[in-house]
Design a binder for this molecule. Structure first.
Ligand code: PAF
Length: 326
C-alpha cells in the first residue's frame, strides 16, 4: 500500500469512527547528496525515528542531490520557514554562525575520536546552540570525514604540486585562506556546479571526504586522489526555527532523539567508507597516493600564515583548547 493510500485508509477509518482526521505536518528535508550517501541514510533514519516517536504526525518529503538548491540557499529557506530541515556540511555555516568556522581549520583534529569528542562536548554544543539566534535550530553534529584532494593535473606530494591548481573549495573563508597560503588557485563554488565544472575543465580539482568522492562517483571526472586528510569536515542536522518553535515538547524530544540516531547512522556510514572507499576508488581507476607524515607536515607548514589569521579570528586559546582536547 502506498503512503497516500495508507493515509486515505486511516483517514477513512477515523471518519467512520466519528473522529476527525489528524492532518500531518509536512517536513521538507533537503540535502546535497544522493539517497545512498551518508546524508541520505541519516535523513532516512531521522524520518523513521520521528515517525516511530510521534505516530506518523509528520509527513517527510526528501529532496536529495541538491533538489532544493545549494547548501546556502537551503539554509536561507530554513530561516524564512519554506524548508523545515536539512543536513549540511560546514561549508557555508560560518556565514550564519561565524564561530562554526573554527572547526574548519585545517590540521585541527588528529582523528575521528578527537573530532567527535570535541563536537559532542561543551565546545561543539555551545556553538550548536548559537543557531537559535539566527532563525535556525541545530539538532546534532554529524560528519563527512576528513577531506582529501582530487584533481586531473598531477599527483600531489608537496605544496609545490598544488601551485596554481584550480581547486574548487566550499564557500568557506577558512578553507580559502588555507589553499591561498598553500599556493593553489582556490575557486569557491556552490556544490551543484562542481561536477559539470570538473567535466568542462573550468577547475582542475576539488576536495571532499571519501564519503562524497565515493557516493558521487567523482572518479568519473577526476584522475588523481591524494589522501591529504587536510581538514575534518563536520556536518549538521538543522531545522528551521519557525518550525521548531511550532512543535510541542514531546515532538521536540522526538526530533532530538531522531537527530541523535541520524548522526550516529551518518558516522557509521563514514566509518565504513573510510575502510572500503580507497579500494573502491582504485578499482574504479583512480590513481591514489597517501601523504606520508613528512609530506603532511610540509603542507601544515605551508599554511602557517593562514594560522595567524585563524588565531586572530577565533582566539588562540580556543584553537589550542580544541587541539589539546582530551
Ligand atoms: O563540498 C561540499 O560542498 C560539501 O562537502 C558537499 C559535497 C556539498 C556535502 O555537504
Amino acid at each position: 500500500m502506498t503512503f497516500v493510500t495508507r493515509s486515505l485508509v486511516s483517514a477513512g477509518l477515523l471518519v467512520a469512527l466519528g473522529l476527525p482526521a489528524v492532518a500531518q505536518t509536512e517536513v521538507k528535508i533537503g540535502y546535497a547528496l544522493a539517497p545512498d550517501s551518508h546524508y541520505g541514510v541519516a535523513a532516512k533514519k531521522f524520518e523513521e525515528v520521528v515517525k516511530a516517536e510521534t505516530g506518523d504526525a509528520f509527513d517527510f518529503k526528501h529532496f536529495p542531490s541538491s533538489g532544493l538548491g545549494g547548501e546556502r540557499e537551503v539554509i536561507e529557506g530554513l530561516q524564512i520557514g519554506t524548508i523545515e530541515a536539512t543536513i549540511v556540511s560546514s561549508g557555508t555555516l560560518a556565514n550564519f554562525v561565524p564561530e562554526t568556522g573554527v572547526f574548519d581549520i585545517p590540521f585541527l583534529f588528529n582523528g575521528f575520536d578527537h573530532a567527535r569528542a570535541v563536537l559532542d562536548g561543551e565546545i561543539g554544543q555551545d556553538i550548536l546552540a548559537k543557531f537559535d539566534n539566527v532563525g535556525l535550530h541545530g539538532l546534532a553534529w554529524g560528519e563527512q570525514g576528513f577531506r582529501h584532494i582530487t584533481n586531473n593535473r598531477n599527483a600531489i606530494h608537496t605544496p609545490a604540486d598544488v601551485a596554481g591548481l584550480k581547486l574548487r573549495t566550499m564557500e568557506n573563508p577558512v578553507h580559502l585562506a588555507a589553499f591561498n597560503a598553500m599556493g593553489a588557485a582556490p575557486t569557491p563554488m556552490a556544490w551543484p556546479e562542481v561536477v559539470s565544472s570538473l567535466q568542462q575543465g573550468v577547475i582542475d580539482g576539488q576536495e571532499n571526504p571519501l564519503s562524497v568522492i565515493v557516493s558521487v562517483k567523482l572518479n568519473e571526472v577526476q584522475k588523481y586522489l591524494t589522501l591529504s586528510g587536510h581538514v575534518y569536515s563536520p556536518a549538521m542536522l538543522l531545522v528551521s526555527k519557525p518550525f521548531w518553535d511550532g512543535l510541542d515538547d514531546a515532538q521536540k524530544a522526538a526530533f532530538e532523539k531522531a537527530a541523535t540516531e541520524a548522526a550516529a547512522e551518518m558516522r557509521g556510514y563514514v566509518d565504513n567508507v573510510e575502510t572500503t572507499g580507497v579500494e573502491t576508488l582504485k578499482e574504479r581507476g583512480m590513481e591514489v597516493n597517501a601523504l606520508s607524515a613528512e609530506e603532511k607536515a610540509a603542507f601544515q607548514e605551508s599554511i602557517a600564515a593562514a594560522y595567524e589569521g585563524y588565531y586572530d579570528t577565533y582566539g588562540q586559546d580556543l584553537v589550542d583548547s580544541i587541539v589539546n582536547f582530551k
